[in-house]
Each structure stands twice: as C-alpha cells, then as structure tokens.
Design a protein around this ligand. Structure first.
Ligand SMILES: NC(=O)c1ccc[n+]([C@@H]2O[C@H](COP(=O)([O-])OP(=O)(O)OC[C@H]3O[C@@H](n4cnc5c(N)ncnc54)[C@H](OP(=O)(O)O)[C@@H]3O)[C@@H](O)[C@H]2O)c1
Length: 112
C-alpha cells in the first residue's frame, strides 16, 4: 500500500465528537485536507477541518453517496475515509434486544 500524500483528501464520519473529532484535528494538523461529517454539524468545526461540513447519516445510502460526491466535487477526489461514526450501547450482546443491536452496528459497518 502506498503512503498517503501529505495533502490527501480525507473524509471522517463522526467528526463532530469523540474519536472522529480527535482524528480530524490530528490529521488536519499534519496537512491533510480533512472533511468532517455527522448527522448534525458541530457548534464549532474541529481545528483545521474544512468549513463545509458534510451532513449525512451513514445508515442512509443516498445521504452517504451525496456526502462522498460533495467531497469529491470540492477536493477533486477522495483518498481516504475514517469511519468513526457510531455510538455505544452498554451491556452484553445477548442481553440487548435485536432492535437495539442492529442500529448500533449499522453506522460503522455501512460506511465503506
Ligand atoms: N470512545 C471510546 O473510548 C471508544 C472505544 C472503542 C470504541 N468506540 C466506538 O467508536 C465509536 C465512536 O465513539 P466516540 O466515543 O467517538 O462517540 P461520540 O463522541 O458519541 O461520537 C460519535 C460521532 O458519530 C456521529 N454519528 C453517530 N451516529 C451517526 C450516523 N448514523 N451517521 C453519521 N454520524 C453519526 C456523531 O454525530 P451525530 O450524532 O451528529 O451524527 C458523532 O460525531 C462508537 O461506535 C464507539 O462505541 C469508542
């Protein structure tokens, strides 16, 4: 695998908070062109990240396609995606009702 160019365009899902936000700020600080995405734009865009926030729910294929297309249109391509969108549900898998299991796994597994 070739290393990414230092100016590669990177889309980060779940970039408004937590791991995604930290990854966005770290990659932006190294010069990558970082595009953040989440269902709701953050009140403050992570430091160094593009102002054009990508609003999308990764469980919705049409929204995900539109979000990726938006990055490609702005950056002229897309070099990497960090899939950090998701949320935690506490408890063992066996104890969770199936209606709570599926939505948990879908955000991280559907953004390819
Ligand atoms: N923090 C940890 O120590 C840790 C450790 C291991 C694994 N994880 C896992 O890593 C994932 C992220 O954890 P975190 O601590 O960074 O969580 P977090 O702070 O709650 O951030 C979750 C991010 O994902 C976005 N998001 C959630 N559902 C989404 C969806 N359907 N489509 C698009 N964006 C969505 C949220 O923004 P919106 O709500 O606006 O969409 C937010 O930006 C979770 O699945 C968590 O279980 C976390």
């Amino acid at each position: 695998m070739r290393p990414l160019s230092p100016t590669a365009a990177v889309l980060i899902t779940g970039a408004s908070s937590g791991i995604g936000r930290a990854a966005a700020e770290r990659l932006a600080s190294h010069g990558f062109r970082v595009f953040g995405a989440s269902r709701r734009p953050p009140s403050s865009v992570p430091s160094g990240v593009r102002d054009q926030w990508i609003v999308m729910d990764v469980r919705d294929e049409a929204q995900a396609r539109a979000g990726v297309s938006g990055v490609v249109a702005q950056a002229g391509g897309l070099d990497a995606v960090v899939c950090a969108a998701g949320y935690a549900v506490f408890g063992s898998v066996e104890d969770l009702p199936s209606r709570r299991r599926a939505p948990r796994w879908r955000p991280t597994s559907s953004a390819r």
